[in-house]
Write a protein that binds this ligand. Structure first.
Ligand SMILES: N=c1c2ncn([C@@H]3O[C@H](COP(=O)(O)OP(=O)(O)OP(=O)(O)O)[C@@H](O)[C@H]3O)c2ncn1[C@@H]1O[C@H](COP(=O)(O)O)[C@@H](O)[C@H]1O
Length: 106
């Protein structure tokens, strides 16, 4: 399995306390969780815009930006990537239609 996301998670963890003048991760982290979350939202919107324009290259780039910023946000909350992958594993084989139908009404 490709280890790209785990490698990036480790790099982000190491760069968080670097010199903000030399590290984007450190600079963004220093601006606080709300700013990191805002960037995740912006990158998600940019991915949607690229998709709606059928801009495949754009969507690849924006998806990379989105995953990168999501990893920074998860790291800021001390949530390991493994926790997200575990949740996806837990859902494996459970149809989204079935899962939604089984939800209790509010
Ligand atoms: N994958 C990435 C990556 N993807 C995108 N970016 C940066 O994310 C920033 C997003 O650009 P924007 O224009 O949206 O942001 P901005 O203008 O800085 O922010 P605003 O002030 O507008 O909010 C750009 O500076 C991109 O270069 C990344 N910066 C770093 N990485 C990885 O993180 C590692 C550590 O980076 P540093 O912390 O910079 O050393 C690198 O070696 C890479 O592996």
């Amino acid at each position: 399995m490709r280890s790209t996301l785990f490698d990036l998670e480790k790099t982000i963890s190491e760069r968080r306390t670097a010199d903000p003048a030399l590290s984007y991760v450190a600079k963004l982290t220093g601006r606080g969780r709300a700013k990191i979350a805002q960037k995740v939202g912006e990158e998600a919107v940019e991915a949607v815009i690229a998709a709606m324009a059928a801009d495949r290259d754009g969507l690849v780039g924006e998806s990379a930006d989105l995953l990168f910023h999501l990893l920074i946000l998860l790291g800021d909350l001390d949530i390991p990537l493994d926790a997200v992958l575990d949740e996806l594993d837990r859902r494996e084989g459970v149809s989204g239609i079935t899962e939604k139908a089984a939800r209790k009404p509010d």
